[in-house]
Design a protein around this ligand. Structure first.
Ligand SMILES: CC(C)(COP(=O)(O)OP(=O)(O)OC[C@H]1O[C@@H](n2cnc3c(N)ncnc32)[C@H](O)[C@@H]1OP(=O)(O)O)[C@@H](O)C(=O)NCCC(=O)NCCS
Length: 177
């Protein structure tokens, strides 16, 4: 059941059919804005859309759970939960590709997306969540604000969109309590 707050609708989608352009625009916007989310600049929308298409099967089979935030018909945010597949990790999942369009930041959309992903993680029996994000980034502040535990940083872990290497901090969140 989608949940709403103001005009933002948060919902799980089980296919990216018809959504790759909107998701691609969101991902390209994050890279253009200087976020290190897997890609370097220049990163055109069509390449970003192709990346979403490349994970379509994972979303359809349920190994990746995809959440989107919509404002009217436009996708303005997303996050995904990647379920650890191995038998010793069925309680664990990784939170990835949390993106909110620059136009609509600081309105609590990331907070809503993460609340939704936690509800789904619990439903799936995934009680340990992990992620990594650029140290000192907006997302780093967000996860600390929301009570995630930082466990340490790796220097020079990922390239920023301009190619400069930056440290990443690993976080976890225990939902078992
Ligand atoms: C990180 C990101 C998802 C936050 O989205 P958002 O919708 O603006 O975040 P919210 O409005 O829900 O913020 C919730 C809280 O997080 C913290 N926060 C969010 N953005 C912040 C910023 N730029 N600086 C400091 N704290 C910030 C604040 O405590 C905020 O609460 P407040 O606004 O009441 O002070 C967004 O900036 C983004 O898409 N960045 C680029 C992509 C990225 O780095 N993704 C993370 C990959 S792991």
């Amino acid at each position: 059941m989608p949940s709403t707050a103001n005009e933002i609708v948060i919902e799980q989608v089980r296919s990216v059919a018809g959504l790759t352009d909107g998701l691609g625009a969101l991902l390209a916007d994050a890279v253009e804005g200087g976020a290190s989310v897997g890609f370097v600049a220049p990163f055109p929308v069509r390449e970003a859309a192709a990346w979403w298409q490349s994970i379509a099967t994972d979303i359809e089979t349920g190994s990746v759970i995809l959440i989107v935030a919509r404002e009217a018909d436009r996708i303005v945010g997303t996050v995904q939960l990647r379920l650890a597949p191995l038998p010793n990790a069925r309680h664990r999942a990784e939170v990835a590709k949390l993106l909110v369009h620059r136009d609509v930041r600081r309105r609590g959309i990331a907070r809503m997306l993460l609340a939704a992903i936690e509800r789904i993680a619990r439903r799936e029996g995934r009680t340990l969540l992990v992620l990594d994000t650029i140290s000192g980034s907006e997302a780093d502040h967000l996860y600390r604000t929301l009570g995630w535990t930082a466990v340490g940083s790796v220097p020079n872990y990922a390239a920023m969109p301009d190619g400069a290497l930056a440290a990443t901090t690993y976080f976890y969140r225990d939902l078992s309590g």
